[in-house]
Design a protein around this ligand. Structure first.
Ligand SMILES: [Zn+2]
Length: 569
């Protein structure tokens, strides 16, 4: 067996040239054993708690202390110190991995997800002990795994390289290749520690930041809860009135990163929305596809804030404009928030205003792979609820949020098979191969999205009591650039594609605006005005000229950071 180059060179570079003669293979083997043993134990645990390229990142971050074991040390005392330090270092990584593996296994959650952070911020000593009592089996299993890792790491770390006879000639034997390999490895370690996103994964830094987040969250919550209380009080003071006497169910579907230019419903060349087209053919006049819909924000947080606050300005240090969910509740609606997102800010600013909050996806950020279809059961439960005659069900989907390949089931991409007109068009526009591949994945995400959105519409259309008012509104928070206007893919504040969204409204009773009216542009920050119409709520702040469903609707172009030739196409 060959000594791994990393151990060998770490050892070489440390040797004084006058070192005595080699004790040779035995000591080298021991150092290899130490490096390999500690490294392998750590890697096994890291792989349990992390996935994909994160495993490699963590391994690189953990590497320096493991390599230290290959560095010969003369004094026995220093060697003991090293053993202890390496053990502590390795157990830090092991503990981090075990906690993550536990959370992933039990909740499909990451420690910095809204649910875990929220739970940690909310909990007290009594709750923690109750929790441990309830979950002692998992606690025992993971403690056991940690204990085994502790013993193994201790055993191996003790065998770290010692100074002894014979290390001297090694320098001569070390080949240039090995040295450059180690240099490369050390360089990677340096890069890893220099890069903030990598460094942040280091257990010490991550958990220090984590506890800071919990602390900050506790502080912010007190405020957010007060803000929500104020919004509720404000809504009650406004005194909105629900006009219809009978039952009413309104569904608002907010999706993420959907560009209407990629929907066959809007004339796209690939068949990305067969189900919505079928709905359209069936529903006829009850369904309005707003041809020229625009968001005025290119990212989620401001987009949602505008949607729910009627696009009204938030004066600094002043009172917030009214919140749509608060108004709906004040008018007697029971409000659901069913989300496939896991976003603390959205949860605190909007979702928690609802009576029922269901966050289906527990893993935050890009690694979250929970498909939107998982929310369908929750929505069905909301429909089945009999505790209220008036329901507003808000559904927040991931839509086609990057990475696109995570937004549809495996092997469900029909657009990567052959060259079609869309592909040819992209080639003609000089789009690079990776953007064209992203476009295929994006379109596959839209096809799956079509299934979820159509199911939601189907649920709305088929649910309900006779004589019930039912309405359904669907729109995206913002658009997405996937080679439309530039050779890029992603959120795009700087191109029109970042703002081109779909908006569809279905309503079972009152007719929707005429086809001509539907050609008028629509802006997403005015969603609230239309939604209040769908809810049939009358209130003092009404502005019919901003309600796309009203006869007196009058389009006004928004100010967005992009020059738009025409909002009417
Ligand atoms: Zn978004």
């Amino acid at each position: 067996m060959r000594t791994p180059p990393t151990c060998r060179v770490a050892r070489l570079t440390s040797l004084p040239s006058d070192a005595p003669a080699p004790r040779t293979a035995a000591s080298r083997k021991s150092a290899l054993f130490a490096c390999g043993g500690v490294g392998a134990t750590l890697l096994a645990l890291i792989a349990l708690g992390h996935d994909g390229h994160r495993i490699a990142q963590l391994a690189v971050l953990a590497a320096p202390m493991v390599l230290w074991l290959a560095w010969p040390i003369r004094s026995a005392r220093m060697r003991s110190v090293r053993t202890v330090l390496v053990w502590l270092w390795a157990m830090g990584f092991a503990l981090d991995a075990a906690v993550r593996a536990y959370l992933l296994d039990t909740y499909q959650a990451a420690p910095d997800g809204a649910m875990v952070l929220g739970a940690a911020a909310n909990t007290n000593a009594r709750e923690s002990s109750e929790y441990l009592w309830m979950h002692w089996r998992s606690a025992v299993i993971w403690s056991g795994a940690l204990a085994v890792a502790g013993v193994l790491v201790g055993m191996f770390a003790r065998r770290g390289a010692a100074f002894d006879a014979g290390t001297s000639s090694v320098r001569a034997r070390s080949s240039l290749r090995v040295r450059s390999l180690v240099l490369a490895l050390l360089l990677i370690v340096c890069v890893a520690y220099a890069s903030k996103p990598w460094r942040r994964l280091h257990p010490a830094i991550f958990w220090a930041g984590w506890s800071q987040s919990v602390h900050t969250l506790r502080g912010a919550w007190a405020d957010q809860e007060k803000v929500r209380d104020r919004l509720m009080a404000q809504a009650k003071a406004i005194g909105p009135v629900a006009l219809q006497a009978g039952p009413s169910t309104v569904v608002l579907v907010i999706t993420d990163s959907i560009n209407r230019d990629n929907m066959a419903l809007y004339g796209y060349g690939r068949p990305t929305t067969p189900r919505l087209l079928a709905h359209k053919a069936q529903a006829g006049e009850q369904m309005a596809v707003l041809k020229n819909a625009w968001s005025v924000d290119a990212s989620t947080l401001p987009a949602l804030r505008n949607m729910f606050h009627f696009g009204l300005p938030h004066p600094e240090n002043g009172e917030n404009p009214p919140h749509l969910l608060a108004l709906a509740r004040a008018a007697g609606y029971k409000v659901w928030w069913i989300s496939n997102h896991d976003d603390l800010a959205i949860e605190q600013q909007h979702a928690r205003l609802a009576d029922v909050v269901d966050m289906v996806n527990r893993t935050p950020g890009r690694a979250s792979a929970s498909l939107d279809g998982e929310i369908l059961d929750c929505v069905q439960e909301a429909f089945a609820d009999t505790s209220s005659d008036r329901k507003l069900i808000v559904v927040h989907l991931m839509g086609a949020h990057p990475h696109y390949s995570l937004r549809f089931p495996e092997n469900a991409n029909p657009f990567d098979d052959d060259v079609d007109a869309v592909e040819n068009g992209l080639v003609k526009d000089g789009r690079s191969a990776w953007v064209r591949r992203f476009r295929q994945e994006y379109d596959a995400a839209l096809l799956y999205h079509d299934f979820v959105v159509s199911e939601l519409l189907q649920q709305t259309r088929s649910a309900g009591k006779p004589g019930e008012d039912r309405a359904w509104m669907y729109l995206s928070d913002h658009g997405q650039e996937v080679g439309h206007g530039s050779d890029r893919a992603g959120h795009s504040p700087s191109t029109a594609s970042g703002y081109r969204i779909p908006t569809v409204i279905w309503r079972n009773r009152e007719p929707l605006p005429s086809a001509a009216a539907q050609q008028q542009p629509f802006r997403a920050d005015w969603t609230g005005w239309a939604l209040m119409d769908l809810l049939r709520i009358r209130w003092s702040g009404q502005m019919p000229e901003r309600n796309v469903l009203s006869d007196t609707y009058r389009w006004q172009a928004p100010t967005i950071p992009v020059a738009v030739e025409s909002f009417s196409r």
